[in-house]
Design a protein around this ligand. Structure first.
Ligand code: CU
Ligand code: CU
Length: 488
């Protein structure tokens, strides 16, 4: 262990108790009450921390009992806990061998937990104001380890501090994922053929959309689970279809099982936040709003609750089609595909339960790039199906959070593309690859002439082979040697 002065320098939080107490009780208790992190996403307002440590100038001996009390809150802390005078995210310093107790009290009605990297130390999620969970572990390894809230986005918003053992030299090292969890939904990927039929209506109407946000665990690939935040339990959320001029009533519900507030911003809406303001909805609550679909087009919708990039990355996006007057030209098959990214702690192919990695989100470096939420989701039994001579339309959107897609179908040429979801201008013709922005969409149409498997990709191909962005369109029917014939 380093000398006393060096050690003290790393420990911002007062701690310690008299050696006499230790001798007397056989163990020493140090109690530090602090607030775990506070940082409004937007404003950076810092609340603070109540912090109430016994006065003591002596450092405890190794192998003592040390207790910390932390209060978790990230928003709305005015009035939470009162006194604002102290340290946020205090450094928690102990000696190697200490038995550490951390009591986490929730300071607000938003889910939080606390995990210390490098140790089997993670509280349960506390969701109600005043709810408490306590962990006890032994500080068996010297080093500096982050403690933080594992709710996606919260560490990035500032809920992180340092747990220092002894000299503070060393760190968590390679962390392994926990075991795969029991899925809440059998298949996170929305069925690509789940597209409501054309409206075929030449009058406007009032249309009701029903949305429920749910936080679920599902397989991202065989043997690996991931936590997703969803609209209606799949990624992407439902495909909605209305007509220009329609009055649209959005009924928005956040599942009582959620840990967070969710909302929806429809790019088809003209009004504040695209509905995001009207639908900030706490767990178990319901909201609604009404809008007039003024513009035809293919529009993205997504959650717009803080931290927004995280909510989108967790799977909260979908498409709404606002049909122009007269609708779109008829085709034989319509499909719904959305591209997104998963920012996980471990690379694709790692078995166990993945964890969200906000640093990778910030750096725009996803481990998975996926169609419909899951590694190679639209393959095997979930492939898109068509017959020779049919016309196919794919509504293709990018939820993101960050990557631009270069959408391409290997072995096909798009006869028509509605770039940027534009249903007003004439479509582009005879296109190989179309670029779709995050928060953007397009439709592509083509006739399938030759049987076989056609591969849907983002032509930034590293995303396909290594990160899972792959789908298959299987075309069945008679060979067409006039168009394609393998030699030999
Ligand atoms: Cu949190
Ligand atoms: Cu959300």
């Amino acid at each position: 262990m380093a000398d006393e002065s060096e050690r003290t320098a790393t420990a911002e939080a007062p701690r310690g108790a008299g050696k006499g107490a230790a001798a007397e009780g056989g163990r020493m208790a140090v109690v530090v009450v602090v607030a775990l992190l506070v940082g409004a996403i937007s404003g950076g307002t810092m609340g603070a921390l109540m912090y109430n440590a016994p006065a003591a100038d002596e450092q405890p001996e190794p192998g003592q009992d040390v207790s910390f009390e932390l209060k978790a809150f990230i928003t709305g802390y005015e009035g939470v806990g009162g006194a604002i005078d102290g340290v946020i995210n205090p450094t928690l310093a102990v000696n190697k061998g200490d038995r550490v107790t951390i009591k986490l009290t929730n300071g607000e009605a938003l889910g939080h937990d606390l995990k210390v990297d490098g140790f089997a130390a993670q509280t349960d999620l506390v969701t109600a104001v005043g709810e408490v969970d306590t962990i006890v572990f032994t500080a068996s390894t010297e080093g500096t380890f982050p403690y933080y809230c594992t709710v996606p986005g919260h560490r990035e918003a500032g809920m992180v501090g340092a747990f220092v053992v002894g000299s503070g030299i060393g760190g968590p090292g390679e962390e392994q994922p926990g075991p795969a969890q029991t899925p809440d939904v059998a298949n996170i990927a929305r069925d690509a053929s789940d597209v409501p039929p054309p409206l075929n209506r030449n009058t406007t109407a009032t249309v009701h959309l029903w949305m429920e946000t749910r936080e679920v665990v599902a397989e991202v690939e065989p043997g690996t689970t991931n936590t997703y935040w969803t609209f209606n339990g799949t990624v992407p959320g439902p495909f909605f279809r209305v007509r220009v001029g329609d009055t649209v009533v959005v009924h928005f519900k956040n599942s009582p099982d959620s840990s967070l507030t969710h909302s929806v911003d429809f790019h088809a809406v003209t009004g504040p936040g695209g509905g995001a303001k009207a639908t900030q909805t706490a767990p178990g609550e319901e909201t609604s709003f009404t809008f007039k679909a003024l513009n035809p087009g293919i529009f993205v919708y997504h959650c717009a609750s803080p931290h927004i990039p995280t909510h989108v990355a967790m799977g909260m996006y979908g498409l709404i089609l606002v049909e122009p007057e007269g609708g779109l030209p008829p085709v034989d098959k319509e499909f719904y595909v959305m591209q997104g990214e998963l920012y996980t702690k471990w690379p694709a192919g790692t078995a166990g339960h993945q964890e969200f990695d906000g640093e990778k989100l910030k750096n725009e470096e996803p481990e998975y790039v996926v169609f419909n939420g899951r590694w190679q989701a639209l393959t095997g039994p979930n492939a898109l199906l068509a017959d020779v001579n049919e016309t196919v339309r794919i509504y293709f959107g990018v939820g993101g959070t960050n990557l631009i897609s270069s959408f391409h179908v290997i072995g096909e040429i798009f006869d028509y593309v509605y770039p940027e979801g534009d249903l007003v201008s004439p479509p582009h013709e005879s296109i190989q690859t179309t670029v779709v922005a995050p928060g953007g969409a397009a439709a592509v149409e083509f006739k399938v002439d030759v049987p076989g498997d056609y591969i849907l990709v983002d032509h930034a191909l590293s995303r396909t082979i290594d990160k899972g962005c792959l789908g298959i369109l299987t075309v069945s029917g008679p060979e067409n040697p006039d168009v394609f014939k393998p030699d030999g």
